[in-house]
Ligand binder design. Structure first.
Ligand code: UD1
Ligand code: CA
Length: 456
């Protein structure tokens, strides 16, 4: 049976106290809704349906260009009404999974079990969870063990309020039943809303069996209503990701101080020290060590390389057995070959460095091509910007750039050339020569240092 996914995201999220719509609030640096859409896609839904309301423009813009069907629920009349407005885009047959834009961590494994509980058009799957404190949730009413209906907290009798099996809100229903039953929902309840949960009672009266499925963990079904819950769920998710990395063989020195905000692939014996943040797509080869406080974003680090503490790597590729940092900054377009050494307070941008090239201290290398085994002296700057345009610096293999050079681009320095300390190199340097471009030292005899004027 084919699958459609409806994501309810029309809620205002007043308790966030934010100008950003609730489903746009970030968890692991992606909007809550993005997590839910990703789950829907992993289940095979080609065009997840998003029911939106408040802040719809911002939400739609954020997901522009993605295969999604947007359905406006202008007025919020309840969860049943929200799915009703989506009926025109639901096929006559197949089954539909209902998810929530503010329940971001629901796992694909749990949802697959729920979908599997709906093998035909005469079945219904409901995700329920036992909570020690069920207050606020709809309660699952069973009769002789079978789920017969859901009663909302506000409509529940005192004895129903003692039920601890709760409705997560997530359910899977054959489309045929949605088309037949949703238009018949009534809002005769304590909140005057059209309750999606009334579908369960309807299933019972039509003799359609309801299968209750449970999530593997409670946090999967937790919703986010305010910044405190957002932060709590962020920590839960970070802990979970750290655990997955550790199970996969990564040494995480402090799982409470690692943040993964993207997708990591890694080899064996990778070590991550405290305070590391990994963002976007990060690829770490065997034996990579990442020191304390490093931020690695959209990058590839080769086997055996060490990223020393407090380094930033953004959209860069680093080869194997390299040494980066401490306090290094690799900016977008940096491509460093094997065995490159980048030391403290060195910044690279759109720069290629050959095998074994070194810039160990205090340098800016931008828009440059640096050959193998080149040594960049401390304090060297590629002057890549003339105030209007950017220009390139090219340095041949085995060149030695003296300390505190200004390389005024466009400029090229030949293979094996040497430049003297303090040089301002504004003309090309041929291969193999020594170029010195600095004032000749003068000696001034009899010069006196200024003396302090005595106070009056
Ligand atoms: C709902 C369930 C309850 C369950 C709880 C789990 C119903 C009637 N009740 O209650 O059994 O235990 O979730 O959290 O379904 N939404 C819309 N349009 C609407 C109304 C809601 O899009 O008109 C969205 C909201 O943005 C929210 C979600 O649906 O993401 C749940 O709505 P909410 O009003 O919070 O339902 P609850 O009262 O918590
Ligand atoms: Ca709710």
């Amino acid at each position: 049976m084919s699958l459609q996914v409806v994501i309810l995201a029309a809620g205002k999220g007043t308790r966030m106290r934010s100008s950003l719509p609730k489903v746009m609030q970030p968890l692991a640096s992606r909007p809550l809704l993005a997590h839910v859409i990703a789950a829907a896609r992993r289940l095979g839904a080609e065009r997840p349906i998003v029911v939106y309301g408040h802040g719809g423009d911002v939400v739609q813009q954020a997901f522009a260009g993605q295969a999604l069907d947007w359905v406006l629920q202008a007025e919020q009349k309840g969860t049943g009404h929200a799915v009703q407005v989506a009926l025109p885009v639901l096929a006559p047959a197949g089954r539909t999974l209902i998810l929530y834009g503010d329940v971001p961590l629901i796992s694909v494994a749990t949802l697959q079990r729920l979908i599997d509980a709906v093998p035909d058009e005469n079945s219904l799957g409901l995700l329920t969870v036992h909570l020690p404190d069920p207050s606020g949730y709809g309660r699952i009413v069973r009769d002789h063990g079978r789920v017969v209906r859901i009663v909302e907290q506000k409509d529940a009798s005192d004895s129903e309020k003692t039920i601890t099996e709760c409705n997560t809100g997530i359910l899977c229903v054959p489309n045929r039943l949605l088309h037949a039953w949703l238009p018949a929902l009534k809002n005769e309840n304590a909140q005057g809303e059209y309750y999606l949960t009334d579908l369960i009672g309807m299933a019972t009266s039509h003799g359609v069996p309801v299968t209750a499925v449970h999530p593997d963990t409670v946090w999967e079904v937790e919703g986010v209503n305010d910044k405190l819950q957002l932060a709590t769920l962020e920590r839960v998710w970070q802990r979970h990701q750290a655990e997955q990395l550790m199970r996969a063989g990564v040494t995480v020195l402090d799982p409470a101080r690692l943040d993964v905000r993207g997708e990591i692939s890694h080899g064996m014996d990778v070590q991550l020290d405290a305070g590391v943040i990994l963002e976007g797509r990060v690829v770490l080869g065997d034996n990579v060590r990442v020191g304390a406080g490093c931020i690695l974003k959209d990058c590839e680090i080769g086997a055996g390389t060490e990223i020393k503490p407090y380094s930033l790597v953004d959209s860069a590729v680093v080869g194997g057995n390299a040494q980066i940092g401490p306090f290094a900054r690799l900016r977008p377009g940096s491509k460093l070959a094997d065995e490159v050494h980048i030391g403290n307070f060195v910044e690279t941008k759109a720069t290629v460095m050959g095998v074994g090239a070194k810039a160990n201290h205090l340098a800016y290398l931008g828009d440059s091509e640096i050959g193998a085994r080149v040594n960049i002296g401390a304090g060297t700057i590629t002057c890549n910007y003339d105030g209007a345009n950017k220009h390139k610096t090219v340095i041949g293999d085995d060149a030695f750039i003296g300390t505190n050079n200004s390389l005024v681009a466009p400029v090229s320095i030949g293979a094996g050339a040497t430049t003297g300390a303090g040089s301002t190199i504004s003309k090309d340097v041929p291969a193999g020569v020594l170029a010195v471009a600095r004032a000749v030292q003068k000696v001034i005899e009899g010069w006196q240092r200024p003396r302090k004027t005595p106070k009056a």
